[in-house]
Design a protein around this ligand. Sequence first.
Ligand code: ADP
Ligand code: MG
Length: 342
Amino acid sequence: MAAHPPKTKILISENKRLQNLKEAFEKKYGEAPLFYAQAPGRVNLIGEHIDYCGYAVLPMAIEQSILAAVTVNDSKKIHLANTDPKYKDFTVSSEDIEIDKDNPQWYYYFLCGVKGIQEHLGKVPLSGMKCVVDGTIPASSGLSSSSALVCCAALLTMEANHKSLNKVALAEISAKCERYIGTEGGGMDQSISFLAEEGTAKLIEFQPLRASDVRLPEGAVFVISNCCVEMNKAATSHFNIRVVECRIATKMLAKARGLEWGRLLKLSQVQTELEASLEEMLRLVAEVLHPEPYSREEVCKALGITTEQLCTDLLSPNTQHGKTLVSLPVIFQSCLHIYLIK
Ligand code: ADP
Ligand code: MG
């Protein structure tokens, strides 16, 4: 049976960050927090951009995290504030949570986590909450601040509503609900945020989700450098383009080999169905796909689908317009990347 998130008692006076957050909370709401929740960011050691293709990855959590202080009430209102003044206050009714993916403000990531738990519980009415969020993960820098925020919100919503879910369930709910903001991620970030343990990286495998320890060399030090170029994944289509490329490649490879391509969504599923080695998959990619960009028409023709089917079944909302529609980028290269990195 998968473990539940640990609950610990900490002396706030001995922890500067908690102390500062407590003070910020009291200043904002005129009361003391009832509890705190925390979810870490992560660095990925092996396997970039392959989780959404169904392949295993090797991340580890970092000490930078999203921490939130919370009180619970019966107002049915969720009040959100942040210790960083660039993230503005927001209030919403817990009965009417909408995520505006065209405007990915910080509080919508938080509300993804709340909504994920609410839906998991069967759309039950949720308690009112007052929260102050404090983050130390550099945002949009590839350390998964977004998922830490979603996971932290899911965790505290569960606690505020006196529910209990194990870490695997929380990771799966959080992976699913972060997609409400528009990014169609594969689940690595939320999985490691919940399943990480001190002193070990984790091999994360999917379907079913599982995490096993990969001991790091004794005394190893990992240096993570920040080039300070930010990439806001939900505000641009760059991330989803990769996901969509791999989805289309999945269909094309599967169709070329006579598989039931309509139901296959991930490159790993094609490999499993063909019982092929990675080398065989590389040969298949080279045989079926070409390195030049694909036009939308070419994809439709190859799959025998209409433009409407392409849009509704394969493209994400933010890859439907503009250039990506005219010329889907280099599916071939994405595919090779997946199979080479594996
Ligand atoms: P990352 O690689 O860090 O996950 P994303 O572009 O996916 O980058 O998500 C970054 C977004 O997450 C930010 O634009 C912001 O909305 C939200 N975010 C990150 N850190 C915080 C924080 N400390 N407080 C509030 N929102 C945060
Ligand atoms: Mg992110």
